[in-house]
Design a protein around this ligand. Sequence first.
Ligand SMILES: [Zn+2]
Length: 80
Amino acid sequence: MTYQKQVSIIEEMQSKGFNVCSCGNCGGIILLNEETKPKMEDDSEGIYCPHCKVEMAYSDCPDYYYEGMPELNKERDSNI
Ligand SMILES: [Zn+2]
């Protein structure tokens, strides 16, 4: 398994309305679906972390895997 594959899987999930992000406070994994994902246009709506019980803005909870993540870039560099 590669980071490239993980990124492509998470993008497939996002296209179907699911997401996996990490808590900006404790780093725990938070699963989101259409129902629980804050609407992009409304930043006042936050994510309530199940681990540390803190509510944060969606923008403070980065996707667990994403295009441009350092691990992915390192993987690409090593394949040259
Ligand atoms: Zn947390």
